[in-house]
Ligand binder design. Sequence first.
Ligand SMILES: [Zn+2]
Length: 101
Amino acid sequence: MSVVCGRYDAAFTLDDPDALVGAALSCPACLDATTRLAVGMRRNRLDARCTCLACGSTWSLSLAPQQALRLSLDPPRSADVHFSAQLPPALMPLDLDDLDA
Ligand SMILES: [Zn+2]
C-alpha cells in the first residue's frame, strides 16, 4: 500500500553537496533516499512528482528554477531524476552528443 504524503517545498540550494540534495529529496514517510522524480511544469510552476522506491509513497515537491537546474546538471546519485519535455530548454539536461557537432 502506498502513502500519499502531500506537497512540500524542496529544501536545497544550487550549490549544496550531493548528500544534502539527496536528503532533501528523500521519502517523507520512511526517509529512504532512493526515490524517483518526474520534473515538469504544472500550472506554470516547476514541480517534481516523487515516488519512494523503498515504500511506494508518493509526494510532490515545488522547485525553484535554481533547484531544477541543480537536478539537471548534477542530480544526486540516490535519486532517479527524469525531466518532462515541457520544461524551458535552459532547464533541460545537457545532451553531451551535441557538444561534438
Ligand atoms: Zn519511503
